[in-house]
Design a protein around this ligand. Structure first.
Ligand code: HEC
Length: 151
C-alpha cells in the first residue's frame, strides 16, 4: 500500500525536475541565440548564399540548380549533423575545395568577417537544419563566450 503510493509521488517529483532542466536549457538557448546575430546572418545569407543554396536552404537557388555537385542541402539534417562545425566554417571561409568539396563553393574570407560567418552559419543551422541541433547550440555557445570575453 505504502509502496504503491510512493512510486507515483517519486515519478511526479522526477518529472518536475526534468521539466525545470528542460526550461533552463531553452532559456540558455534563447540568451545565447541573441549573441549570435541571426538577423544579420539572414541578411548575409540573402546577399551571398541564396542564389546557390536557395531560399529554403535546399541547394536549389537559381544558380545552384545548375551546379554539379549541387550546393549543400542544409535541410538534410542527418548530413549536416555529421559535419564538424570547424569544417563548415572552413568551407565558408576558405572555399569548398579547402575541405574537399566542390571548388564552386566560393571562399568568403576577406568578404565576410569571422562574426558574419558565424552569424550566417547560425542562421542556416537554425532555419534550415532545425533549432536545437547540437551544432547550432555549439555555435551559439561559442559566440556567447566570445561576446562575454569582449566585455
Ligand atoms: C556559387 C554558388 C554558391 C554560393 C554563392 C555559396 N555556396 Fe555554399 N556550397 C556551394 C557548393 C557547390 C558546395 C559544395 C557541395 C559539395 O561539394 O557537395 C557548397 C558547400 C557549402 C558548405 C559545406 C557544406 C558542409 O556541410 O560543410 C557550406 C557550410 C556552405 N556551402 C555555406 C555557404 C554559405 C554560408 C554561403 C554564403 C556566404 C554559401 N555557401 C554560398 C555553392 C555555393
Amino acid at each position: 500500500m505504502f509502496k504503491a503510493l510512493l512510486i507515483p509521488v517519486l515519478a511526479l517529483g522526477l518529472s518536475a525536475t526534468f521539466a525545470d532542466e528542460a526550461k533552463a536549457k531553452t532559456d540558455t538557448a534563447k540568451t545565447t541565440a541573441k549573441k549570435l546575430d541571426l538577423v544579420a546572418g539572414k541578411k548575409v545569407y540573402e546577399t551571398n548564399c541564396v542564389s546557390c543554396h536557395g531560399a529554403k536552404g535546399k541547394g536549389d537557388g537559381p544558380v545552384g540548380v545548375n551546379l554539379k555537385p549541387k550546393p549543400r542541402d542544409f535541410t538534410d539534417t542527418a548530413r549536416v549533423a555529421g559535419e564538424p562545425m570547424d569544417k563548415m566554417r572552413k568551407a565558408v571561409a576558405k572555399g569548398g575545395a579547402s575541405v574537399g568539396y566542390s571548388p564552386l563553393m566560393p571562399a568568403w574570407k576577406g568578404i565576410l568577417k569571422d562574426d558574419q560567418i558565424d552569424n550566417v552559419l547560425g542562421y542556416v543551422l537554425k532555419t534550415f537544419s532545425g533549432e536545437g541541433t547540437p551544432k547550432f547550440e555549439t555555435l551559439a555557445k561559442a559566440a556567447a563566450e566570445k561576446a562575454a570575453a569582449k566585455k
